[in-house]
Design a protein around this ligand. Structure first.
Ligand code: SF4
Length: 450
């Protein structure tokens, strides 16, 4: 009987994409994938280390898995992803029942690591670099959705924002060759996928060593050329995230204007509206640089939805700094905003700063900013009522069996009455109602936009 592996994924889209690749490789090596730790011979936890709380969760989860195994053969347990890369062999000390520690660049070697653990090797660890010929293939069977696919285009980060652990857990930026990305897009299209997300910590920092595949595609930066090359495949909907403000060239907006299949949504995290705090955060951009980019986005011939991230209560953030953030958020009129209260992350430069904004003050700032954002967001969402949106019907709504749920090209969640035969189709929906984070509508046309 084939050995069964269960992969549990925490964190961001990059981790989801890594789990898809790991599953593809494992199946090719003769393993079966299963849906529960209880049925597995091998459990892999693909971990996130962005917040210390997320990291602690992993140890709790390992305890739960071991506790549930009483009376059965114990599975091998591996920790993969960012916590594995950062903590290395200290994981074996914290959690002696862990058999394998698999770093962020070892995804292609997982089956051989499992073999070593099965043969009795204790404390199997691989924190090495990615191999030159590592495969990026993902089998459609392992994709998180049959209609929407993630395509990693760049890994790692060179920016070293003072609060962030990613450059340490994911290493330096490495861009995938453009011809591979274009070929993967074409393949997904032939398999019936309707939407791809080009993903990476900073997609617009994309700089492949070789630009094969981009010949003939103009653009101010390799990312702009890549956008045009991917758009030329005819994939119906193309989204990309996350963009880094400093590397956000206005030509990205021009590329979107030229290509209707480049979707009308940009996620551009600003983190703070105060130059003083931005400097402490080592973001490499000023408020005015950011607002210049926003002005280009807002002047686009297509309305582009805009989303962002903000950290409140960063060490040293004064009332005045926070007011500047509030002002910037009002000015940018974001479609939605991810607000985080600063929390110290060991191993980052900011961990040595005096975390001098009280928890209470952080909460107050969070709530005040949330209130301001909600006002804008309510107005934006209400402005969609009466408009028709192109929606990819992705799945049955979790709220109602008679409703479907999907996303618009501007990345709004849209729910509408419809049966499951429409799943995977791009449909036209007349928006009839708006909530803070989703829209409700009525199906008006089954025309697929392919
Ligand atoms: S750009 Fe800054 S916040 Fe984003 S992953 Fe890199 S270091 Fe972290």
């Amino acid at each position: 009987m084939k050995r069964r592996v269960y992969i549990e994924t925490f964190g961001c889209q990059m981790n989801v994409a890594d789990s898809e690749r790991a599953a593809t490789g494992l199946r090719a090596s003769g393993y079966d994938l299963c849906d529960s730790a209880d049925d597995a011979d091998v459990v892999l936890l693909n971990t996130c280390s962005v917040r210390e709380k997320a990291e602690r969760k992993v140890y709790t989860r390992i305890g739960e898995i071991r506790a549930a195994q009483t009376g059965k053969a114990s599975p091998l347990v591996g920790v993969m992803g960012c916590v594995a890369q950062l903590e290395g062999d200290s994981i074996f000390e914290h959690a002696p029942s862990v058999n394998m520690v698999i770093g962020t660049r070892a995804t292609d070697r997982i089956s051989s690591l499992i073999e070593r653990a099965r043969e009795g090797e204790r404390k199997v660890i691989d924190l090495d670099e990615r191999g030159e010929n590592d495969a990026w293939d993902v089998s459609p069977v392992e994709r998180h959705s049959p209609h929407v696919a993630f395509i990693p285009i760049i890994e790692g980060c060179n920016k070293f924002c003072s609060f962030c652990i990613v450059p340490y857990s994911r290493g330096r930026e490495r861009s995938r060759p453009a011809n591979e990305i274009v070929a993967e897009t074409r393949k997904l299209q032939s398999l019936g996928y309707k939407e791809i997300h080009l993903i990476g910590q900073n997609v617009n920092s994309y700089r492949p060593r070789v630009e094969d595949g981009l010949e003939g595609f103009p653009g101010a930066t390799p990312f702009c050329r890549l956008l045009r090359a991917v758009a030329a495949t005819g994939m119906p909907r193309i989204k990309f995230t996350t963009s880094f403000p400093r590397d956000f060239h206005p030509d990205i907006v021009t590329a979107i204007e030229e290509n209707p299949n480049l979707c009308d949504w940009i996620h551009l995290p600003v983190q703070s509206g105060s130059d003083r705090v931005l400097k402490l955060m080592r973001r490499g951009h000023k408020r005015s640089d950011y607002l210049e980019r926003i002005a280009r986005i807002k002047s686009s011939s297509r309305r582009l939805a805009l989303t962002s991230d903000i950290i409140v209560g960063f060490p040293g953030e004064t009332d005045d700094d926070f007011r500047q953030t509030l002002e910037l958020v009002e000015q940018c009129e974001y479609d939605s905003l991810y607000i985080f209260k600063y929390s110290r992350r060991a191993g980052t430069p900011a961990a040595n700063f005096d975390d001098n904004v009280s928890e209470r003050e952080k909460t107050n700032r969070f709530l005040e900013l949330e209130k301001v954002q909600r006002r804008t967001q309510d107005n934006i969402y209400r402005s969609y009522v009466g408009r028709t949106l192109s929606v990819l019907a992705e799945k049955q709504s979790s709220r109602s069996e008679s409703d479907l749920s999907g996303h618009s090209t501007c990345h709004k969640v849209v729910n509408f009455a419809g049966d499951r035969s429409l799943e995977g189709e791009i449909v036209e929906v007349l928006v009839t109602g708006a909530k803070t984070n989703s829209l409700y509508g009525k199906l008006i046309d089954r025309a697929a936009v392919v």
